[in-house]
Design a protein around this ligand. Structure first.
Ligand SMILES: [Zn+2]
Length: 272
């Protein structure tokens, strides 16, 4: 029934004028038709759908209690220094070999255990994990999903729904593996972030992790590692769809001195 509501929204929205809102991160005026409450609602629905779909595919959700607790603490530390500390942040851990993490709007963060798999994973320590989480949280606080939905209306809305995922999986033989299936699903549900959005999430996320007391050098390490791996098919959306991981590392290096200042300040706070 919730998708029926989405369709109603779809019918109504083109009649509304695009509304200008203030971006919580930049303070600049941006086009976003959605209220922050919509971000929260959409994010919850997307995550609930992801959980149902993945469970059907046999993926365990939040099974590793210690890891979930660690992720929650990390999300709490990072969001508390973010531009939107009061969103209802939630992190969900999917036990599968996908090397990725994702953010749905309104505070929903998903992490796949493949992200820190000892051999295949990309993340080797807590600072590196915090770099990924910081990046995802930045997508949330910058409201990239609803900004993008505002631009791409209404096609994305038409494609919403897990039934579309199931259909695509069957018809186009996308069921080659869970990773591929999930990517199709994610692509249908959430708009792809633009390169500019990715660059913004890198920059904003770097400052978040540093302010939260995680070593910002870790962000550069993971992008350099991603670049050195080249076209590894296991490095999905976040780590392979970006044209030049090496360039991202370079851009982050430029911001490092400022991030290090924040990190040193935060370290004093956390050591007390
Ligand atoms: Zn991103």
């Amino acid at each position: 029934m919730k998708w029926a509501r989405a369709f109603l929204l779809l019918l109504c929205l083109p009649l509304l004028p695009a509304c200008s809102t203030v971006d919580p991160v930049t303070g600049k005026s941006v086009n976003n038709m959605y209220l922050i409450q919509d971000d929260i609602q959409i994010g919850r629905e997307v995550m609930a759908d992801a959980v149902v779909t993945m469970r059907k595919d046999g993926v365990a959700i939040n099974r590793d209690a210690a890891q979930v607790a660690k992720l929650r603490t990390m999300v709490q530390r990072i969001t508390s220094v973010s531009h939107l500390p009061d969103l209802p942040y939630e992190v969900t851990l999917f036990e599968t070999n996908i090397v990725n993490a994702f953010a749905a709007p309104g505070g929903q963060v998903g992490v796949f255990t493949g992200l820190y798999h000892p051999e295949m994973g990309l993340v080797k320590d807590d600072d590196e994990l915090a770099a990924v989480i910081g990046h995802e949280i930045a997508h949330v606080t910058c409201r990239h999903t609803t900004e993008s939905l505002t631009k791409q209306m209404p096609l994305q809305w038409v494609m919403l729904g897990a039934s579309i995922y199931a259909e695509a999986k069957g018809k186009e033989n996308l069921a080659l593996g869970l990773g591929v299936g999930f990517l199709a699903y994610q692509g249908l549900l959430l708009p792809k972030f633009s390169r500019a959005d990715e660059a913004e999430a890198d920059a904003v996320g770097l400052m978040y992790m540093a302010k939260a007391g995680y070593d910002p050098n870790a962000a550069i390490r993971i992008w350099e590692r991603a670049a050195s791996r080249g076209n590894d098919s296991r490095l999905t959306a976040m780590f392979s769809s970006h044209p030049t991981d090496a360039n991202r590392a370079k851009a982050l290096k430029k911001m490092l001195p400022q991030a290090m200042e924040e990190y040193e300040r935060a370290r004093l706070r956390y050591s007390n």
